[in-house]
Ligand binder design. Structure first.
Ligand code: AMP
Ligand code: MN
Ligand code: MN
Ligand code: MN
Length: 278
């Protein structure tokens, strides 16, 4: 059975390794089919594809788009699209454009909470000046010794109700799905178990996504518990979604789940790759 990992990050967004090194790590860890899914950015794809080809790794173009839905941030993964599509490229550029100002506001809040120079501090970890993210602030907070791992930082900073949280308006669900589909790709709701919606809101999200042409949800992801694997396999069946699998790897020593490490999809679901030629 092929080891397929369709969700991870390089330093083109908030991962630690450059795309070619993520490819090498995927290969070394037994991945056969691999997608790099940087946040709101496709500029890592050429390097990722070239490295994958040299390693004999089957490459799938990917992206993880930040959207705002019902006042919450949701992530939509796009897979197997044409990354030179201009609507997609321009849409992503617009989505990224608020990050700089947001970062300055995050830093101003952190300064008031006793975390000095956070803008400059976060920037030291940024690989792509167009994509400064909360993860980069988290790394700086760790550098200062305030907390020792990313999840502890995200329990105490950078989230709603804590210092360094700046609400942000991302793309809409409709835009993200239409950019992905317009570029010939398949849209996937990332790590659904992470969103704090009630049953009514989840149903509305899944129905709206389906009506827009969304095709899949992540079932096996580094963000889900074992119980959530079964729960979202059932959701996939109920709504007629295909199922995806991905580690959401960000970096060695930082991510709980490494590339290629998760269990396979349950037999009850249809894989998102079922009709891909590879
Ligand atoms: P941003 O796009 O700037 O809002 O940053 C979002 C990123 O922060 C996510 O993609 C994760 O990499 C990271 N993140 C958010 N919440 C957590 C958490 N609880 N634990 C670890 N990383 C998190
Ligand atoms: Mn991330
Ligand atoms: Mn995500
Ligand atoms: Mn991710």
């Amino acid at each position: 059975m092929l080891n397929i990992d369709l969700h991870c990050h390089s330093n083109i967004s908030d991962g630690l390794l450059r795309p070619a090194l993520v490819a090498a790590r995927a290969k070394a860890r037994g991945v056969d089919v691999w997608a790099l899914t940087d946040h709101d950015e496709v500029s890592g794809i050429p390097e990722a594809r070239k490295a994958a080809a040299e390693l004999g790794l089957t490459y799938v173009p990917g992206v993880e788009i930040s959207i705002s839905w019902a006042g919450e941030t949701v992530h939509i993964v796009g897979l197997n699209f044409d990354e030179t599509n201009q609507d997609l490229i321009q849409g992503l550029a617009r989505t990224r454009s608020g990050r700089e100002q947001r970062a300055r506001e995050i830093a101003a809040q952190l300064a008031l909470a006793g975390v000095p120079d956070a803008y400059e501090g976060a920037l030291k970890y940024v690989g792509n000046p167009d994509l400064i993210s909360r993860t980069h602030f988290a790394r700086y907070i760790i550098e200062l010794g305030i907390y020792h791992d990313v999840s502890a930082v995200f329990r105490n900073y950078l989230v709603e109700g804590k210092p360094g949280y700046v609400p942000h308006r991302w793309a809409s669900l409709q835009q993200a799905v239409s950019w992905i589909r317009g570029a010939g790709g398949v849209a996937v709701i990332a790590h659904p178990g992470r969103y704090r919606f009630d049953a009514i809101a989840f149903d509305a999200l899944f129905e709206e996504f389906k009506n827009l042409g969304g095709a899949a949800i992540e079932v096996i992801t580094g963000s889900h518990t074992v119980d959530q694997y079964a729960e979202y396999a059932k959701v996939a069946k109920r709504y007629g979604f295909l199922a995806s699998r991905g580690s959401d790897f960000h970096g060695p020593g930082e991510s709980r789940v490494d590339l290629g490490e998760l269990p396979p999809l349950p037999d009850s679901v249809t894989p998102v790759w079922h009709d891909w030629k590879m």
